[in-house]
Design a protein around this ligand. Structure first.
Ligand SMILES: C[S@@+](CC[C@H](N)C(=O)[O-])C[C@H]1O[C@@H](n2cnc3c(N)ncnc32)[C@H](O)[C@@H]1O
Length: 259
C-alpha cells in the first residue's frame, strides 16, 4: 500500500511518521508514504504556487500548473514500480464525504492513493474538475490546510493493517468497528486499583467485576457498558445496530433497563 501526499508543508509529516505504534509500518514501507511539494514543480526564482483569486476577494488560491506537474511526477514514479497499482487522487475538502469507519476500512483494503492537501482559500477548480477522483472532509469545520486530514486518514488506515497494533485484532474492539457491532468502546481502567484523589476524599476503586478474573462476567460487563455509553452519547448507532440485526435479546434487555 502506498500513499503519495501532495503538500506545501512536507515537514509536518516527519514527526508523525516516526512516532507511536504505526511508525514501524511506515519505516518498513508496509504503508509506504512519499511526500511531494508542488513548490518543487513551480516556475521562476520564487517558485510561486499560489495567486490572487479572479473576481477579487480575500486570500490566495493554489495554482493549477505546479499541481499538474507534481501529479505527473508522482504518476511517473509510480509507473516505474515493479507492480504499479492504480492510485485515485483524493482531495481533502469541506465539500467531501465526512470520514467515518466504513470509509477508513475501504481505504485500508485498497492499494493506497494520492492525497492532496489544500491550503489558502483552496485549489484552482480546474484542477479539481480534471484530476480529483474523490473528496474527503474531516467534519463540518474549516482547517488551515488538508495536512491534518491526511494525517488522520493515514493513521486510521495504518492501524487497521495486519500486525501494526501490538495486540493483533485489538482494533476490532475499538469504537465503530463492525466486530463491536458499530457501538462505542467500553471504559478502561488500570493501576492503581484504588485511586486516592486527596487527603479528605474517599478512594475511588475500579469496577469490582474487572478484578474478578471471571472472563464471561467481564465480557458481559463490557458489552453493557458499550451499550450504555452508545445509547447515551450516540443513540443513532444503537438504531443502526438494531436495524442491522446486531443486537441480541440480552442487549435489548440491557437497553430496556437503561430506559
Ligand atoms: C482554509 S481551507 C479552505 C476553506 C475553503 N475556502 C472553504 O471555505 O471551504 C484550506 C484547505 O484546508 C483543507 N480543509 C479545510 N477544512 C477541511 C475539512 N473540514 N476537511 C478536510 N480538509 C479541510 C482543504 O484542503 C482546504 O483546501
Amino acid at each position: 500500500m502506498r500513499f503519495d501526499i501532495i503538500t506545501l508543508f512536507p515537514e509536518l509529516f516527519a514527526p508523525f511518521l516516526a512516532s507511536g505504534v504505526t511508525r514501524r509500518a511506515y519505516a518498513s514501507d508496509q504503508v509506504a508514504v512519499r511526500l511531494w511539494n508542488p513548490r518543487d514543480h513551480a516556475d521562476g526564482n520564487y517558485r510561486r504556487v499560489d495567486d490572487r483569486p479572479f473576481g477579487g476577494g480575500p486570500g490566495m488560491v493554489m495554482m493549477i500548473e505546479p499541481l499538474v506537474r507534481c501529479l505527473a511526477a508522482i504518476r511517473a514514479d509510480r509507473a516505474a514500480l515493479a507492480e504499479p497499482t492504480p492510485a485515485p487522487v483524493v482531495l481533502f475538502s469541506p465539500i467531501g464525504e465526512v470520514l467515518r469507519h466504513d470509509g477508513v476500512a475501504r481505504w485500508a483494503e485498497g492499494p493506497g492513493a494520492i492525497l492532496l492537501c489544500g491550503r489558502y482559500e483552496g485549489i484552482d477548480q480546474r484542477f479539481i474538475d480534471t484530476h480529483v477522483d474523490a473528496q474527503i472532509s474531516l467534519g463540518d469545520f474549516v482547517l488551515s490546510g488538508g495536512e491534518i486530514a491526511a494525517l488522520a486518514l493515514l493513521d486510521a488506515v495504518t492501524r487497521l493493517q495486519p500486525g501494526v497494533l501490538n495486540d493483533a485484532g485489538s482494533h476490532q474492539l475499538d469504537s465503530f468497528n463492525p466486530a463491536l457491532d458499530g457501538l462505542l468502546d467500553c471504559p478502561h481502567y488500570t493501576r492503581p486499583e484504588h485511586w486516592e484523589p486527596g487527603p479528605d476524599q474517599a478512594p475511588v476503586p475500579v469496577p469490582e467485576v474487572l478484578m474478578s478474573g471471571h472472563h464471561a462476567h467481564i465480557e458481559r460487563w463490557r458489552r453493557e457498558q458499550s451499550l450504555r455509553i452508545t445509547a447515551q452519547h450516540r443513540p443513532e448507532l444503537i438504531q443502526a445496530a438494531r436495524a442491522a440485526g446486531r443486537l441480541s435479546r440480552s442487549d435489548e434487555a440491557v437497553l430496556a433497563r437503561l430506559g
